[in-house]
Write a protein that binds this ligand. Structure first.
Ligand code: DUC
Ligand code: ZN
Ligand code: ZN
Ligand code: ZN
Length: 470
């Protein structure tokens, strides 16, 4: 059978190697890797360009139902379109349980949100906010068996948070049924106490958000999450780690032989608390996310953790809210105290170019490490490998052909529905020149060329980070 597409003279990078070859694609999968492949129906010359696996963004929020008037700007169409234009070909957003709702109902709801809209392939993590006996005994085990093998628990946010006993219950299900639990580690009571003190002092501008969530509250919750994981004897993955103090807890846990894994995000490399404001201006609301960005010294700790294996995955935590919008950062149409500002920043499209440019091309991490953190490890960690996350015979033909050229980040050129990017004006040294999803060009370097509804749901297998148990 003829090949549908041959990408010639590629410098292929995987998590382990770099090699020069042609990539032969048939039926949306990589059929051949080799020298001098026969002609394909279509040919792309990649001479002089690096080809990496399409990105796997294992932490992003799309069309997630919010408490109150806030509404996410990106749905599964605009979010996946934006991802594709930034080189990401698989996303794992969340099917979030609302308290009082069954987990199964949440899963049905989010499938409805994705179907007919997603432009790239997707799986779901579950958010467990109401671990009732029914959820723990029946629904979670059944959903794990159906390919929802990871879930997130929150230690903060009133509508989502679990107490320690509830986290233990969920971890116990993860252990028994073979799932990976992600933990949002911040101490809710400390945050509430600090917020009230700041409010009483009239300190309600966006910049005070960072003061209400100092690293201590993240460090304490990280330590507690590690203890809960140790007690149940099951691995966890701590998401959006922001700096030194949480990293020290994770290094300590690992040095004691505990299976604690960690994720970080672009905002902890490229933003600081000053981006939330140096005065009482409201502009900083755009960079409000939790945990908040820290300072330059902490950015260096994050870079070191990316380089030395502390971090397993690098995700966006894309949580899209418009700035000039009564359902966004100016909730209700006005400037509000920081407690009411929806948390989150956009980042699906900029995640890979930021790390490729400032990590790989700036000499901070190797090309192999880049592939590992952005594609291979997230695919493995959540049970999507080897279909996703690598360049190998039999894998889906999800590929990025890189253009090494100067690009100034400009929100007008991005494809999300958010009216700003925190990285506006940054000068990058590369951007995806082509993104292929299952052999189909979905970004040609100038425009989105995919279409709504072509993305497929991916049931997840067993997460690779779990121990094999008899
Ligand atoms: N923090 C989260 O925990 N989730 C989404 C966005 C954010 O800032
Ligand atoms: Zn979180
Ligand atoms: Zn998140
Ligand atoms: Zn198509």
């Amino acid at each position: 059978d003829a090949l549908d597409l041959v990408i010639r003279n590629a410098e292929v990078a995987t998590a382990s190697d770099t090699f020069f070859c042609d990539i032969g694609i048939r039926g949306g999968r990589i059929a051949l890797l080799g020298d001098g492949l026969p002609a394909g129906r279509r040919e792309i010359d990649a001479a002089g360009r690096t080809v990496t696996p399409g990105g796997v963004d294992a932490h992003c929020h799309l069309d997630q139902a919010m408490e109150g008037p806030a509404k996410m700007a990106d749905d599964f169409l605009t979010g996946t379109r934006s991802a594709a234009c930034g080189g990401t070909t698989t996303i794992i957003p969340f099917a979030a349980q609302i308290k009082g709702q069954s987990l199964e109902a949440a899963v049905v709801d989010y499938h409805g949100r994705a179907e007919g809209k997603a432009c790239i392939d997707y799986a779901f993590h579950l958010i467990v906010s109401d671990p009732t006996p029914q959820v723990l005994a029946k629904e979670l085990p059944a959903l794990i068996a159906q390919g929802y093998t990871s879930f997130k628990v929150y230690m903060t946010y009133d509508d989502l948070k679990l107490d320690d006993a509830q986290v233990l219950d969920v971890l116990d299900v993860a252990r028994t049924h073979g799932a990976l639990c992600m933990v949002h580690a911040e101490n809710a009571d400390c945050i509430e106490w600090l917020t009230k003190r700041l409010e009483a002092a009239g300190r309600t501008a966006p910049r005070w958000h960072a003061h209400a969530r100092p690293m201590l509250v993240e460090r304490e919750a990280t330590h507690r999450a590690i203890a809960l994981s140790e007690l149940v004897d099951v691995p966890i993955l701590i998401v959006h780690v922001s700096g030194r103090e949480a990293i020290e807890q994770i290094r300590w846990a690992r040095s004691h032989g505990l299976s604690i894994f960690a994720e970080t995000c672009p905002q902890y490399l490229f933003l600081t608390a000053e981006d939330l404001g140096i005065d009482d201006s409201y502009h900083g609301a755009r960079c409000i996310c939790s945990p908040p960005p820290r300072d330059k010294a902490n950015q260096e700790f994050i870079w070191n953790g990316l380089g030395d294996g502390l971090f397993t995955v690098f995700s966006s935590d894309h949580a899209p809210f418009r700035y000039e919008d009564p359902q966004g950062k100016k909730i209700g149409g006005k400037e509000v105290p920081f407690r009411y500002i929806p948390n989150g920043i956009p980042g699906l499209e900029t995640r890979l170019p930021l790390l490729y440019s400032e990590g790989v091309l700036a000499g901070r991490i190797t090309l192999q490490k880049f592939v590992e953190l952005t594609a291979t490890n997230p695919a493995r960690a959540y049970g999507l490998h080897p279909r996703k996350g690598t360049i190998a015979v039999g894998s889906d033909a999800d590929l990025v052909v890189w253009d090494e050229r100067e690009v100034t980040v400009d929100n007008a050129a991005l494809h999300h529905a958010v009216d700003y990017t925190p990285y506006e004006g940054m000068k990058l040294k590369a951007w995806p020149g082509l993104t292929l999803s299952r052999g189909e060009v979905v970004w040609d370097g100038k425009a989105f060329t995919g279409h709504a509804g072509r993305g497929r749901f991916l049931p997840c297998g067993t997460p690779s980070l779990l121990p094999r148990r008899p």
